[in-house]
Ligand binder design. Structure first.
Ligand code: 1HN
Length: 349
């Protein structure tokens, strides 16, 4: 390749004038930005970050004294990536927030094209209802509201309840496909008893005449943590993967695909004292610590985490996890989108 020599001052001035002239016609020179547009390796804007629950819990509770769930529609503190301030993003494609619902409150029924997940963190006695079926929310439960399903939440218990919301809001905003509708009723009528969908679809069986179109949402919308824990406990008797420990992927039980087409979700256990080898992948990932304490080393910087802490690993950042006490982690990312487009890559050191 020929070495580039710096252009003469006169040439530089002529180019700058030219750029200013073409800008008035809404054009710009590709050659000034080409390297940044197609970099040799991913250059995400998002940066690593951690929200320690012990430090943010008080702010979440204060929101409960300032606004009702009804007035807010959803009383949520958005977890903003520090490099994406004001954009309601935790990664370029995903949104995350901490939602609070107090005893006696309801978050009214609505639906939207954005897909949502809940990961229950704190308190007991709340429920979420999806398309006419309620589910009691327990710590660690992974609950989904697929695109365009009606959903509302309520708290029938005596304690504040907090969960993590994950949505594909930035992705749908980018695509220009965000629509929402409010229901006339604040709570949906109960069409089926609690546990119905899990019994019908979540026990390695489906109704005999059930057929699913690839675009249909998963018929199961709750993945109880008790079942995840039991699976992780049993498989922890074998040898851990050197890069991932014991890691499982949540699926739509009727298809084996991701529960929602835009958000992939995972559960992972690391035995006490275990340290993973560096691993990176192109899907920026949000992690939640459900049990234990550990360190997340992200591109060389160490972040200590404990129960209910949330941290984000941007695309193509090397992650090393160390479990100081046996750790279980929940995580989610846009991996199914990347895989559907043939873009997903991983690298194991
Ligand atoms: C939403 O519908 C919920 O249903 C939570 O709990 C967070 C953030 C943006 C848009 C819709 C919920 C949301 C949301």
């Amino acid at each position: 390749m020929l070495a580039h020599t710096a252009p003469h001052a006169a040439t530089q001035a002529a180019r700058r004038q030219y750029y200013a002239r073409i800008a008035t016609q809404h054009m710009s020179p590709l050659w000034e930005v080409l390297g940044a547009l197609v970099p040799p390796s991913p250059r995400p804007e998002a940066v690593p970050a951690i929200w320690r629950y012990a430090q943010v819990r008080e702010q979440v509770m204060e929101a409960g004294r300032l606004i009702t769930a009804e007035e807010a529609e959803r009383r949520v503190l958005i977890l903003e990536n520090p490099a994406l301030h004001g954009q309601s993003c935790i990664t370029a494609s995903l949104y995350a927030g901490l939602q609070l619902i107090l005893p006696g409150e309801v978050a009214p029924a609505h639906r939207h094209t954005q897909s949502a997940l809940r990961l229950v963190l704190d308190g007991e006695g709340a429920y979420t209802a999806v398309d006419g079926e309620r589910t009691t929310m327990r710590r660690g439960d992974f609950i989904i509201t697929p695109s365009w399903t009606w959903h509302d939440h309520g708290n029938l218990g005596k304690e504040p309840v907090v969960w993590l919301d994950g949505l594909d809001i930035p992705l749908l905003r980018f695509l220009g496909t965000g629509f929402a509708e409010k229901s006339a009723q604040s709570a949906q009528p109960q069409l089926r008893p609690e546990g119905d969908s899990l019994a019908r679809f979540g026990s390695n069986m489906v109704p005999v005449d059930f057929h699913q179109q690839p675009s249909d949402p998963t018929p199961v919308f709750v993945y109880p943590y008790s079942r995840t824990q039991a699976s992780l406990r049993v498989i922890s008797h074998s040898a851990p993967d050197a890069h991932l420990g014991f890691k499982l992927r949540y699926v739509n039980p009727a298809t084996g695909a991701s529960p929602m087409p835009t958000i992939g979700s995972f559960a992972q256990a690391l035995p006490e004292g275990f340290e993973t080898l560096p691993y990176r992948c192109t899907d920026g990932t949000v992690y939640v610590c459900l049990e234990g304490t550990g360190d997340a080393e992200i591109d060389g910087a160490t972040h200590r985490f404990a129960e209910s802490d949330v941290f984000v690993v941007p695309p193509w950042h090397a992650l090393r996890l160390r479990a100081n006490r046996r750790v279980t982690l929940f995580s989610f990312s846009d991996r199914p989108v990347q895989q559907a487009l043939g873009l997903w890559r991983e690298q194991r050191a």
